[in-house]
Design a protein around this ligand. Structure first.
Ligand SMILES: Nc1nc2c(c(=O)[nH]1)N[C@H]1C(S)=C(S)[C@@H](COP(=O)(O)O)O[C@H]1N2
Ligand SMILES: [Mo]
Length: 438
């Protein structure tokens, strides 16, 4: 991650917590013996690029001087090149050119935490417990992750997750919250079971309306009676083939920051519905009213408003499907091209619950558009890859604009879409700067 200040703040506030976040599952090892051992040490060694002969004397919560004093880009183990937006809780996004992979590797997936993640270094993932209950659950049950893996059919799907606030930084007047630019999106491959299979086992009563989650992370205030986030989806979305309870990402156990050992995944909707560190599934007889379901969270004005308008809670509607959007992931913005050379472009496009029907690019600020090649998704709710070639008529500064259109004829706006108080759903065209040299 690129921000050094973030690292120091993180350690100043809570060194042991920082160790846990930075180096993984070792915090309990540190507090018992006071020194670095185990996988945390392995992570630190990997980052330093050398073994630490006296690691047994190295106190927990110490920022290695090589990192603390270096002016070089610092990276959290398991993450590469992300930009830190906040360090308590940890929020980090991925620059567009680092999202070029067809399937997003763990090292390049954005992190969005609303609270403090649980310490899961010493758990047996198969013994992790999830209760399924709620007013509209006919046979409440407790299942371990082991039970879930044994009892239900496994599925592997590539599914996009995008934070509802992705693109927030461009809104004016600005909206509070993490100032995401374009990097709170990714599309890894997930393995787990269908949420529907679990719900059917438990019995969904006729009066079921919503399926909510609760999780093991803790509230920033430290108040144990408060949850940082507990959201959900209508039953119809929960029952879709692609709504899953997953334990693996790209064939590996979920990384800790992404919900180890198990999370929900309801792709195409704000990723806040995809609860990490899942402990409870609630079949509700009403719209779920957990933390960040009510008020103005993950809601936009039901009717569009002028920028800066204050909107009453009862006039705010829950965000469902995310809008059509795309990214140019190659080349990196700011690229220099020699006049006469064709520039190859590529990226991804996605459209919430819908499919992307066409992809176009412009080199003249949207005056004319050229069709890009667009691939089919790996499966429903996976992003689609596109590519295009462009030529430039003369030397100078250009912008490439990329615009996707979904199968219901909705295209990305060229400028900012509807302003809303919390700054959600910015799906404006991605722009890339190009300098053409004679
Ligand atoms: N338990 C829990 N689940 C959570 C969150 C959280 O803070 N706690 N954040 C949500 C939000 S707002 C987003 S955008 C996604 C981010 O997923 P990622 O960190 O794996 O990229 O997780 C969602 N699930
Ligand atoms: Mo989010």
């Amino acid at each position: 991650m690129t921000e050094k200040k973030g690292l120091h703040e993180l350690y100043a506030k809570n060194p042991e917590q920082a160790d846990d976040l930075m180096w993984g599952r070792k915090v309990k090892v540190v507090s018992r013996r006071g020194f670095m051992t185990g996988s945390g040490l392995a992570a630190m060694t990997a980052v330093l690029g050398a073994s630490i002969p006296f690691a047994r004397f190295m106190p927990g919560g110490l920022i290695p001087a090589a990192l603390a004093q270096s002016e070089e880009t610092f990276s959290i183990p398991g993450k590469s090149g992300l930009t830190i937006l906040n360090d308590r809780p940890i929020n980090a996004e991925t620059p567009a050119h680092l999202l070029d992979d067809p399937v997003t590797p763990a090292s390049r997936l954005f992190v969005r935490n609303n609270g403090i993640p649980p310490s899961t270094w010493d758990i047996d993932p198969l013994e992790w417990q999830i209760t399924i209950e709620g007013e509209a659950c006919e046979r409440p049950q407790l299942m371990t992750l082991g039970d879930i893996q044994r009892r239900f059919k496994h599925h592997t799907l590539q599914l996009q997750i995008e934070c509802g606030g992705n693109g927030r930084s461009e809104f004016n007047p600005p909206a509070k919250g993490n100032q995401w630019s374009t990097g709170a999106i990714g599309c890894p491959e997930w393995t787990g079971v269908r949420l529907r299979d679990i719900l059917e086992e438990c019995g969904i009563a006729d009066n079921a309306v919503y399926v909510g989650y609760e999780a093991a992370d803790s509230h920033l205030s430290g108040d144990p009676t408060k949850l940082p986030i507990s959201r959900g989806v209508p039953v119809s979305k929960a029952l879709e083939n692609e709504s899953m309870v997953v334990w693996a990402m790209n064939g590996e156990p979920l990384p800790e920051l992404h919900g180890f050992p198990v999370r929900m995944l309801c792709a195409g909707w704000p990723a806040s519905v995809s609860g990490k560190w899942l402990t409870r599934i609630l079949v509700r007889d009403r719209v779920h009213d957990g933390a960040k379901m009510t008020g103005q969270s993950y809601r936009v004005p039901c009717k569009s408003v002028a920028p800066g308008t204050a909107v009453a809670d009862q006039d705010m509607c829950i965000i469902e499907s995310m809008p059509v959007k795309s990214l140019i992931t190659f080349p990196k913005s700011g690229v220099e091209v020699s006049l006469g050379k064709t520039l190859q472009l590529r990226g991804h496009a996605w459209a919430g619950d819908s499919r992307v029907k066409s992809m176009t690019v412009s080199i003249d600020f949207g005056a004319t558009w050229k069709k890009a090649k667009l691939k089919k998704p790996a499966n429903r709710l996976a992003w689609q890859h596109w590519s295009a070639k462009v030529d430039f008529p003369e030397a100078g500064y250009y912008e490439i604009w990329a615009r996707a259109e979904d199968d219901e004829g909705r295209a990305q706006p060229m400028v900012l879409p509807g302003w809303n108080p919390r700054g959600y759903l910015n799906n404006a065209c991605h722009r890339l700067a190009v300098m053409v040299k004679a």
